[in-house]
Design a protein around this ligand. Sequence first.
Ligand SMILES: Cc1cc2nc3c(=O)[nH]c(=O)nc-3n(C[C@H](O)[C@H](O)[C@H](O)COP(=O)(O)OP(=O)(O)OC[C@H]3O[C@@H](n4cnc5c(N)ncnc54)[C@H](O)[C@@H]3O)c2cc1C
Length: 403
Amino acid sequence: MSGTASTQVLVAGAGPVGMIAALALARAGFSTVLAGPPASEADRRTTAVMAPSLAFLASLGLQDDAFEGAAPLKTMRIIDATSRLVRSPTVTFHAAEIGESRFGLNIPNRLLNAALERAVAAEAGITRVEKPVNDWNLGDLAAEAVFADGEMIASQLVVAADGRNSPARDAAGIRARRHELPQAALVVSFSHARPHGGSSTEFHTEDGPFTQVPLPGDRSSLVWVTKPSYAQELLALDGETLALRIEERMQSMLGKISVEDGRQVYPLAEISASPVALSRVALVGEAAHVFPPIGAQGLNLGIRDVEDVVAAAAAHRDDPGSPAALNAYVRRRLGDVTARSGLVNLLNRSLLSSFLPAQIARTAGLTAMREIGPLRTFAMREGLRPGSGFSSLFHRSREQVGR
Ligand SMILES: Cc1cc2nc3c(=O)[nH]c(=O)nc-3n(C[C@H](O)[C@H](O)[C@H](O)COP(=O)(O)OP(=O)(O)OC[C@H]3O[C@@H](n4cnc5c(N)ncnc54)[C@H](O)[C@@H]3O)c2cc1C
């Protein structure tokens, strides 16, 4: 492509959310350009992709077998590992309790991105431009992406999947509230002597959650949220010492541990953009919301952004970037993004806070979830997809009334 080209939709950012957005928009019949450098192959994180997100990916042609190196997530456990006065009981969620064989799949990001890149390359409706957008001209009738070599692409709608520092968000004049957290996440994969049985365990500590997630075989991935200085210390440790620290933190639950090569540290932040669409730009993924990695919510929320941006665009096919289409998208996302980000941030802050009422509230919530079966079922369904907990409660009460 050279000179000024035009397309219905331009997706800026080829991270996981951008690639999924481009696939979904092209499948919905929009001419789509996906602009941005390929996702980093150096990403050592893994992502727990929940069942509703997997179903959406399957609808785009990405079935389970597209994701090598993934492991099913059958059980999720929360253990209070703080030494506070008020501590929560251990709560365990089994997918079988809600009639599912798994909550989702834990997929290494490198392999998830590779699968998405293959699908994008095979999709005839996507034009791939492997360079960043350098500048934006956002007008009433069209948005223009300007590249460093002078190339320009005009579109009716820009889907901004350009990450937490989103240049498209700034160009659209969308305000982003940002709070850098006194936390960082060390990520590393490891093998262990005892089988994990498809279980993920989240240990809640005073510095944040420490989460083990299963990988195929006797292997797991770890997200250790802690103080930035301690994360750097862990990064620099020799393998044996780090393995001992992990084993100690996990109360030897998986036996002896050997860490694999390729640790990384991610700084953490809370970012929330409002409104999520303006001036022909709709924000998706981390361009719209960033929160700490608790309960595997970030990418799953980003995938729901994609579902809603496609639905809003499809309902305004003549001009998918019109104010009416953008307003429809804003309305669709408001409840889910606010509730999900708010809940995760609240849980994280309740861990960091030594404020007694916050401890009591967290403990009361987790105790209720452990003791009250329907509440636990509700939480599991809501954790997978907003609204599905309410609809299962509704079905259950209808059944009871019918009896
Ligand atoms: C330690 C950790 C563990 C996590 N675990 C989970 C989990 O288990 N489950 C879950 O659901 N979520 C998880 N998350 C969250 C998840 O990783 C993010 O939600 C997800 O990566 C966001 O993807 P994205 O495509 O929005 O952003 P990014 O991956 O940041 O992609 C943004 C892309 O935009 C590109 N870009 C930037 N500027 C431009 C430009 N000017 N033009 C074009 N392109 C541009 C960048 O090159 C990049 O490729 C985790 C996060 C962390 C930190």
